[in-house]
Design a protein around this ligand. Structure first.
Ligand code: HEC
Length: 256
């Protein structure tokens, strides 16, 4: 089952080095563009999510009112995270290419979610606010998918045994990718997996950008297993660097 899946893969791209090019393994020009777009969307969202993760304690500080985490600040830091993760400058949204347009849509939605979150984030006297990295990412992903559903879909998901919110349950492709590509106990942290495969009956590419737990995640997903986290959920007993889930992106073929 697993080996037949592996051998049926059209190609596997591991974006290990910042300089690695998606075009290098490109079977066709149209594919290359969809791959670049899928990776870019996942990287932009991941870079923004990291800003929320890095500032979780600040966000939940009851003593502070204005947290200084306005939308522009978040995007500036997201751009720095993007550069650090990919070795590339934050993507331009100039021009009318599909890549520029969909990236602009994603950034506009990130802005909207952060604008809307400001009163909550800045509420003085309130500690834990339930404004978490996965919740931020889920809000952005769902609105993006609603907005451009004919062209692309973004969702967050995780291996089935880690799922807290049923809406994030992995589909068949995502299950296979987690099992075959992102082994939880592997020391080699693969960066992304991309494959040409249909989604919802439409041709295109699918990409999984895995998320590995950092220290900020472990207060909810870490040890001791079974204990309550601050959100009232049950800790999974995971460790630093363990696979936590992923940002799953589908980009449909451009009919133009
Ligand atoms: C304060 C607790 C808390 C922290 C910190 C936290 N999470 Fe979660 N995580 C949750 C909760 C609660 C959910 C379910 C959210 C929902 O209902 O949509 C969740 C959901 C997820 C999901 C989606 C799959 C699912 O179970 O629904 C992923 C992936 C995930 N978390 C990874 C992470 C990563 C990676 C980090 C650190 C960058 C992190 N989480 C930080 C509590 C937390």
């Amino acid at each position: 089952m697993r080996s037949s899946f592996l051998s049926s893969c059209a190609f596997v791209l591991l974006f290990a080095a910042p300089s690695s090019s998606v075009l290098a393994a490109d079977p066709a020009p149209a594919d290359g563009e969809s791959q670049i777009l899928a990776k870019q969307l996942a990287d932009v969202l991941s870079a923004a999510e990291k800003v929320i993760a890095d500032n979780q304690d600040l966000i939940d500080d009851p003593a502070k009112g204005d947290k200084g985490l306005g939308t522009d600040v978040v995007l500036t830091r997201a751009a720095a995270n993007y550069q650090a993760a990919t070795g590339q400058p934050f993507p331009t949204t100039d021009g009318d290419s599909r890549r520029a347009r969909l990236t602009k849509t994603l950034i506009t939605i990130i802005r909207g979610v952060m604008d809307k979150a400001q009163p909550l984030i800045n509420e003085q006297g309130k500690g834990y606010k339930s404004f978490l990295p996965p919740i931020f990412t889920d809000q952005v992903a769902r609105e993006f998918s609603r907005t451009v559903e004919a062209e692309a879909v973004i969702r967050i998901t995780a291996p089935a045994e880690l799922i807290r919110n049923r809406r994030h349950r992995p589909d068949e492709w995502e299950v296979k990718v987690f099992e075959a590509q992102f082994k939880p106990d592997s020391a080699d942290k693969a960066k992304a997996f991309i494959e040409r495969v249909d989604y919802k009956g439409k041709a295109g590419v699918r990409l999984m950008l895995p998320q590995y737990y950092d220290q900020s995640c472990l207060k909810c997903h870490g040890e001791p297993k079974g204990e309550r986290d601050i959100n009232g959920g049950t800790k999974e007993g995971k460790k630093l660097g363990d696979l936590g889930g992923g940002i799953s992106v589908a980009v449909f073929d451009d009919k133009k």
